[in-house]
Design a protein around this ligand. Sequence first.
Ligand SMILES: Nc1ncnc2c1ncn2[C@@H]1O[C@H](COP(=O)(O)OP(=O)(O)OP(=O)(O)O)[C@@H](O)[C@H]1O
Ligand SMILES: [Mg+2]
Length: 229
Amino acid sequence: MTSALPTSKAVLLTATKLNKTVHVGDQSLSIIKDVDIHVNAGEFVVIMGKSGSGKSTLLGLLAALDYPDSGDVELAGQTLSRLNEDALAVIRQRDMGFVFQSFHLLPTLTVAENIAFPLDIARRPDAARVDELIEAVDLGHRRHSLPNQLSGGEQQRTAVARALVSRPKIVFADEPTGNLDEQNANQVMQLLLDLRQKTGSALVVVTHDSALADMADRVITMHDGRIVS
Ligand SMILES: Nc1ncnc2c1ncn2[C@@H]1O[C@H](COP(=O)(O)OP(=O)(O)OP(=O)(O)O)[C@@H](O)[C@H]1O
Ligand SMILES: [Mg+2]
């Protein structure tokens, strides 16, 4: 397996016996079943599996965007389920980056403002870092553009820069190339990998792209709410 970064063996994230049930009408559906998973510092992990197998749900639990019914997620020694919403918000801002299939940029902010956003809400503005990221994703000529003035590839490059700007410990990406053509998909993925190498962030990517899986340190396959390999 190719690893651009010499991954340290230190465990960064550990999830233990995660379970999640959703209620649809009078039915209870178990959608995550006894999932154990760990991610090492700097590691690139890909999660694959059929549609509906629970990949996005699991990513949401790992990123503390959603609560498990039972089980724990520990990030850098902190048990996320024991933290209140304010403490979790701090961890999301400081230690986590996110990239979504549908970009999720703030529509009223420019490219530069979107990239700066994580630093600004953490009250750690850093114009030099924002400029560095804008150049890294090759959007210098679009820095004052609004998201609706950008192509899909440009929007996702903005989202990648935003995800990495605060040098998070871990970046979660849910089908980051799912809405892009092959050329833009390759470019966005390469940028994500390059920036992750520079900042030393771990990267957890849900994808259907086997080319991407080939680049990962480890591939996890889900089936029906469980990890099967
Ligand atoms: N809030 C919810 N209410 C009801 N069912 C849900 C809810 N969230 C997820 N599910 C169901 O849980 C299962 C797992 O969903 P999830 O979105 O995690 O799958 P996925 O592996 O990400 O699929 P895809 O590849 O299509 O994105 C699916 O059967 C889905 O319909
Ligand atoms: Mg999904």
